[in-house]
Design a protein around this ligand. Structure first.
Ligand SMILES: [Zn+2]
Ligand SMILES: [Zn+2]
Length: 49
């Protein structure tokens, strides 16, 4: 099961994308994407919208 990096929600409607800075995989759920919760890359600390 994939987990959202922003809110720790676990589920199936999670989008995986790459950190623009270090290409680490980042998971974000539909909800966080919709309300533009910021995400943080755990590898390089990049914070993005
Ligand atoms: Zn989320
Ligand atoms: Zn990164």
């Amino acid at each position: 099961m994939v987990k959202c990096n922003s809110c720790n929600y676990e589920g199936t409607n999670i989008i995986v994308f790459e950190c623009p800075k270090c290409s680490e995989k980042i998971n974000r759920c539909n909800r966080c994407r919709k309300i533009s919760i910021e995400y943080k890359c755990e590898k390089c600390g990049f914070i993005g919208p």
